[in-house]
Each structure stands twice: as C-alpha cells, then as structure tokens.
Design a protein around this ligand. Structure first.
Ligand code: AMP
Length: 431
C-alpha cells in the first residue's frame, strides 16, 4: 500500500528534503507566525481560535452564494446529518464566536486575531492550496480612518519586517449601500452595450452581482473595464472624506498606496474601505493578503450593530514571496550541546545529567554511538556549539570531555558538573 497526502495539501517538515521544499520547513513557519503574534500584541489584538468546521450556512451567508469562497467549500454532512463545511475563511467564524459568547457585553471595542488552517476546493497550483494557512485580524466597534489605518499598518509591517520588497497597497472605497446601488446602475449601463465582450460568468453576474465582474482576471474584460465608470464618483461626501483621510495617513507613513477603483475583493460583505497587498508581479498568486470594512455583517448574523474592519494574509504566499525575493532567512534554532556517549554504562547517568542541563534552559541532545567521529559529524551538522564526549576512559574517571565546535579546544570536567560548566561556557561562547 502506498500513502499519499490529499491533493493540494503539503507537510511542514523540520528540514527540506529537496531545495524546493524549503518553504515548507518549520523554522520558516515559526519565524513568520511568531512575528504575526508579536505584531498582533503590539497593535493590541488578542487571539481567538474557532472550530475548523462550522455550519455551511454561516459561510455562505457571509460570503454570498456567488462568491468563489462559497463555491470552493469542502462541504459535508456529518453522521447526524448536519450540513457542515471546513472553514474557507476566518471572518464568519470569528463573528459567530463574538456574538455567541456575548463579547460585546464586555466593551465597545474589540481587536481579535487568529492563525490557522483554511480549506478551499480549488485547482491546486503554486501558491494556491486546498489546505492553506491564514493570519487574520478583525477589529469590531470602531468606524474611523484611524482604525482602518492601524489595521492596514499592522498588515504592512508584517511584510516589511519579514524583509519583503516591491510591495503595493491597492486600496479602494466601496462606499455605503446607496453609493453601491448607484454605481451598480452605472456599471450595468456601461456594460450592457458590450455584452459580446463578456464571458459566460460575467454575463450571468451582470444581473446577479455586477460588482463581482470587476474581480475578473480575463484580459479582454479587463481592457473593457479600463473605460468603466469609477465607484469613487458615486461616494457620499462623508465616505470620500474618510477615504481621503485614510489614504493621506498611509502616504504619510510612506506606504506605496495605489487607489484602485476596480478593487472589490471577492466577498459580498465588504463596504467602504477595501485593500489588498501584492508583491512584485506574479499573476494571480501575487496577492499576499487583503481585507476591508464589513460594518453590517455582525447585525446580519443577528448580533449587535457593530462596525468592523479586518484582513487575512496567506502564510504560504508570504513564505514563497520571501524565498522568491531571496530575503535573509532566519537562522534555525540549534542545540547548544551534543552529548556523545560511547560507554553503555554511562547512559543512565548522562540521561539524568541531560535533564539538569535542560533545566538550566540549555538545549541539549544525546546520541549513543560506537565511533566518536559519527557523533562529532552529527554535532557539526546540527550546528551544536559544544560536543560532550563520554567514552569508557572518561566514564571510569567520572569525567566528560568538552569540545568547542568552533575552536576545537578540548577540556575535561567532572560529570556531576555538566550543567554548571555548560552554563558558564555558553555565556562566553560566541556564535
Ligand atoms: P481571501 O480570503 O481570498 O481574501 O484570501 C486572503 C489571502 O489568503 C490571500 O491574499 C492569499 O494570500 C491567501 N489565500 C487565499 N486562498 C489561498 C489558497 N487557496 N492557497 C494559498 N493561499 C491562499
């Protein structure tokens, strides 16, 4: 029997069996996800974790039946006949958890973040997986340019702190409901005489959901849309002022902002601000993350009428962009001490010593080998600072040999003082 992981999924491993697997190594994942958590803390966001599956309606209600997200869901009935889906995105679950747990009773402003796997039954390709991972933030309770600004800043800082370059921040304002209604009429009037230039999907959307036509990737439709009216022409004075204020804040911070009136993003629940960050020009897979305002979603789910803004970023995309741009990668964490035991009788005592070493916060590992060379090669390979050698000679004397892997210097010490000696030595050891 041969095993294979499901199509569109991947394993995250401690090291890369092949050069192409580097993006799937846990030190890189830890580097990125640790920074996500640090930034969330810095910007005042607290972690939430919701179930990986929820009732299907929760997702379709939020995203809209016509959205790619709804169409790509892993939907199933459980043994009790419940209609469930693996979560395709994070916002719906967080909003559900917020309402169900009555968090609004604990204050008027809440900043939450999540990190975890998401699932979409899409055609797998580089940068597009059926199980992927997102870091997302949702801020409830405040509708202001300042709130949008800090949410976008946190997203942008994540990329720059990871060393990514060539970033573009695409931003748009979808206005309020009446602005969108006015715009939909204008867009329909513009597109109707050009029906022959629209594909089947867009033709259908023209009556069902015309705004989504702006999401097209079809070059012919894109060329046509160049001449389409802009949603910015339909904004109320208030929306426009808030949007301009936000854009001015972002520019003052030096962000590479491009106002992109065609940007609507794939979900139906957005209003006012929407944004997306891209890196370089790698076609559809250059979207590193994005988000926007969804001031009416909470109420739509029967919760309090709280405005909201959020974003989600794909961890895979970030790591792939880091490798693509050859950014400096973090050093993987290495053990300080590699203990080489060549004497059977020493195993127990060394195992006990090893616990004392670790209790001092010193990362250490033990191998039992017959030949010292094998142990030393492994110490080197793992990047240990010290090799500790216990052969039959050392064991008889109750000693161990300490070898500095950098200088090659050897010294002998009592076994009982292993933790103490390592503590002292690692203080002076320069990596
Ligand atoms: P979305 O919820 O579609 O706005 O996606 C937010 C971010 O998640 C995107 O910008 C991507 O970085 C990432 N993403 C979305 N779908 C996938 C996928 N199938 N595979 C990998 N990353 C994805």
């Amino acid at each position: 029997m041969s095993y294979a992981r499901p199509k569109g999924t991947f394993d995250i491993l401690p090291y890369a069996p092949k050069a192409d697997d580097l993006w799937k190594t846990s030190p890189l994942w830890q580097h990125v996800t640790t920074l996500c958590k640090e930034l969330a803390h810095l910007y005042g966001f607290s972690e939430v974790a919701t179930p990986i599956f929820e009732s299907t309606w929760l997702f379709t209600r939020a995203a809209g039946d016509d959205s790619d997200v709804s169409k790509e869901m892993y939907q199933f009935s459980d043994k009790g006949g419940r209609d469930l889906s693996l979560r395709p995105e994070g916002t719906a679950g967080v909003v559900r958890a917020f309402i169900e747990n009555g968090l609004h009773q604990l204050g008027s402003s809440h900043k939450l973040f999540y990190l975890g796997p998401f699932f979409r039954y899409d055609r797998p390709q580089a940068g597009r997986y059926r199980q992927f991972h997102q870091f997302g933030a949702e801020a409830f309770g405040v509708s202001s340019p300042e709130r949008d600004f800090e949410v976008i800043m946190m997203l942008y800082k994540l990329y720059t702190k990871l060393g990514l370059k060539d970033l573009n921040l695409l931003i748009n304002c979808l206005g309020d409901e009446s602005a969108r209604a006015e715009y939909v009429t204008k867009l329909k009037n513009f597109l109707t005489p050009h029906l022959d230039q629209l594909g089947a999907d867009s033709k259908r959307r023209l009556s069902a959901n015309p705004l989504r036509i702006l999401d097209t990737k079809d070059p012919k439709e894109l060329a046509l849309l160049e001449k389409a009216p802009s949603i910015l022409e339909c904004l109320s004075k208030e929306s426009l002022t808030q949007f301009e204020t936000l854009v001015s804040y972002l520019k003052e911070q030096g962000l590479p902002v491009t106002v992109t009136p065609r940007l609507v993003r794939g979900l139906d629940y957005y209003n006012e601000t929407v944004f997306e960050v891209t890196a370089g020009a790698k076609g559809a897979q250059n979207a590193l993350g994005g988000g926007g305002r969804y001031d009416h979603l909470m109420k739509k789910y029967g919760g309090p009428d709280l405005p909201a803004v959020g974003f989600a970023v794909g961890i895979e995309r970030i790591i792939l962009a880091m490798l693509d741009q050859k950014v400096r990668l973090p050093e993987s964490r290495k053990p300080v001490a590699h203990i080489i035991v060549m004497e059977e009788k020493a195993k127990k005592a060394v195992s006990m010593n090893l616990e004392s070493v670790r209790a001092e916060g010193i990362a250490a590992d033990m191998v039992c080998v017959k030949k010292i060379q094998k142990g030393l090669t492994e110490a080197n390979k793992r990047g240990a600072s010290f090799a500790l050698i216990i052969g039959s000679n050392e064991w008889e004397k109750g000693q161990f040999q300490l070898k500095s892997m950098k200088s090659g210097k050897l010294s002998e010490h009592p076994l009982t003082q292993m933790a103490q000696i390592l503590k002292e030595q690692s203080k002076t050891y320069e990596t």
